[in-house]
Design a protein around this ligand. Structure first.
Ligand code: 5GP
Length: 200
């Protein structure tokens, strides 16, 4: 039987650069990416089924009712949620999978799947965070303000995570995430089959 895959949850405030880190980590290591569903409108560069499944509120609420969501949360006025099946399939088939989700959802996943590894990405300081949120340039001033407020509250919760990675330089932060992967693979609880193999 395949060994179970690892579930990585990456969170961080808007402007933490977590999306870029996730992309880099996926270039360097084998990770499926969990494509979330959301009711927010796509940004110009975003593709349905690749970055998100863009669905309306009624469809999203239907998916909640039918139990298709592993977790979900509201963030700055929209629903975001993780479809359950791709995550369960990846893990059962021995593949690692990475979730880029906000804090409330991350805590729901950890409760259901305590083996999940939670990593919080922080920019080096608040100034950098503000500059990065503004620098994206795709959002209205109101959305920017809401994201900044959300970031300020969200950052308080990072001690609930297993690891914190400071994203000063993407390459170094991605290497930090990979070293967490490396370390987590050595956890005794993930290697209960060793005794059997050892004495074979
Ligand atoms: P954005 O609109 O910038 O793509 O994402 C806003 C926030 O929603 C980010 O913090 C992102 O990590 C989070 N997010 C994306 N997908 C999900 C999801 O499936 N569930 C939850 N709880 N948060 C998500």
């Amino acid at each position: 039987m395949n060994k179970k895959g690892l579930l990585f949850i990456i969170s961080g405030p808007a402007g933490s650069g977590k999306g870029t880190i996730v992309s880099r980590v996926r270039e360097l290591a084998q990770f499926d990416f969990s494509v979330s569903a959301t009711t927010r409108a796509p940004r110009p560069n975003e593709e349905n089924g690749v970055h998100y499944y863009f669905i309306d509120k009624a469809e999203f609420e239907h998916k909640i009712e039918t139990g298709e969501m592993l977790e979900y949360a509201q963030y700055v006025g929209n629903y975001y949620g993780t479809p359950k099946k791709p995550v369960e399939d990846a893990l059962a088939e021995g593949r690692n999978i990475i979730l880029d989700i906000e804090v409330k959802g991350a805590l729901q996943v950890k409760e259901k799947m305590p083996d999940a590894v939670m990593i919080y990405i922080l920019p080096p300081d608040y100034e950098t965070l503000l500059a990065r949120i503004r620098g994206r340039g795709t959002e209205t001033e109101e959305v920017i303000q809401n994201r900044m407020n959300e970031a300020r509250t969200e950052i308080q919760t990072f001690p609930k995570y297993d690891y914190v990675v400071i994203n000063d330089k993407v390459e170094e932060a991605a290497a930090d995430v990979l070293s967490i992967l490396h370390t987590e693979r050595m956890r005794t609880s993930r290697n209960t089959d060793i005794k059997e193999k050892f004495f074979k």
